[in-house]
Ligand binder design. Structure first.
Ligand SMILES: Nc1ncnc2c1ncn2[C@@H]1O[C@H](COP(=O)(O)OP(=O)(O)OP(=O)(O)O)[C@@H](O)[C@H]1O
Ligand SMILES: [Mg+2]
Length: 313
């Protein structure tokens, strides 16, 4: 079952089109990891903070906070990451201040376009590889990554640096970051999509970029918000004949037919995503929930745990 395999990695990167359920899946995976007794950190990237609320905890800001036992959150903003990374790398704040707060240096840093991505990714990957008393600090770091294009931009930074930067500390950082990102034992990338045309198209393009450009080990596909197949073919035919009936039957039949149509389309997009991505696939239900929050995330976690992913290993 690939989900435990997914959560056996040290670093799990979750991405997909905007609004498809990346934060929900990240939070649900974190819940599952914590339920399995793992010490887990969920990182979101320069976002309006979403993960802590989805776990029923107050917003945590840009430092590591425990949302519930064993489950920690961190919102990584480039500004904070820049400062911390500088301090981490340069060890002493005085040196940091002398270097990073220097006007000339700051100007120089602004003209390196990928610096914000570098420090953001650096901060996350540093967490993923950090150890305390000879043991990994986190059993798993889950990254609620930005949507497709931005995620690719973020994840491509180490290899871009390796292509351009000469030997030195920056290159050294790019090297360990890239080694971690490409390591199939420690790292996995999960793609989230909705069973709809545009999200599936984008998932297919993203997957191609991951395979051809980034080289990060792909491990899972989550097809989120899948409408239930409620009616048999026979029932659908009967619904059709009821559409013209007086209310409430007629309008109810119309609504039911629309649901049936959407469920049928969703099945087609699911099949398309499965065929194109060829990844272990977990289908998550469309939940009729008015307010999306911790309760919904718990149900999505249950759904992931209950449904062994189907498809390629
Ligand atoms: N399985 C589901 N059933 C019903 N609604 C869902 C489901 N998953 C997500 N949603 C709805 O979609 C919204 C967006 O989900 P989420 O925030 O997880 O997506 P995202 O990909 O992280 O979005 P963004 O790109 O803005 O970060 C949720 O607030 C919720 O209203
Ligand atoms: Mg999100």
């Amino acid at each position: 079952m690939p989900t435990p395999t997914l959560l056996d990695r040290r670093l799990v990167v979750v991405t997909g089109k905007g609004g498809v359920g990346k934060s929900t899946v990240s939070a649900a995976l974190a819940v599952l990891a914590a339920r399995a007794g793992k010490r887990v950190l969920v990182c979101e990237v320069n976002a309006r903070e979403r993960i802590a609320p989805l776990l029923g905890a107050p917003p945590a800001g840009s430092s590591v906070r425990e949302a519930r036992p064993g489950l920690f959150t961190l919102n990584v903003t480039p500004h904070e990451a820049m400062r911390e990374y500088g301090i981490m790398v340069l060890k002493f704040r005085t040196i940091y201040d002398a270097v990073f707060e220097n006007r000339l240096v700051r100007h120089f840093l602004r003209v390196i376009p990928s610096l914000a991505e570098l420090v953001t990714l650096g901060k996350i990957l540093f967490e993923a590889k950090s150890e305390e008393r000879g043991r990994p600090r986190w059993d798993v770091v889950i990254v609620d990554a930005p949507a497709t294009g931005h995620a690719v931009q973020l994840l491509r930074v180490p290899s871009a640096l390796l292509d351009t930067v000469p030997a030195g500390p920056l290159r050294g950082d790019a090297e360990w970051m890239q080694a971690l990102l490409l390591d199939p034992v420690r790292t996995a990338l999960a793609i989230v999509t909705l069973p709809e045309e545009m999200p599936v198209n984008e998932a297919i393009e993203l997957d191609a970029q991951v395979r051809n450009e980034l080289g990060i080990p792909r491990a899972a596909l989550f097809v989120n918000a899948m409408p239930e197949v409620r009616f048999t073919h026979e029932e659908e035919t009967r619904l059709e004949s009821l559409v013209g009936a007086p209310p409430p039957l007629g309008p109810a039949a119309t609504a039911a037919r629309l649901q049936a149509l959407r469920a049928e389309q969703a099945q087609r997009y699911l099949a398309r995503a499965r065929a194109a991505l060829d990844l272990p696939t977990t289908v998550l239900p469309l939940l009729p929930v008015a307010e999306w929050g911790a309760e919904a995330v718990e149900r999505i976690a249950d759904a992931i745990a209950a449904a062994p992913p189907q498809g390629a290993p």
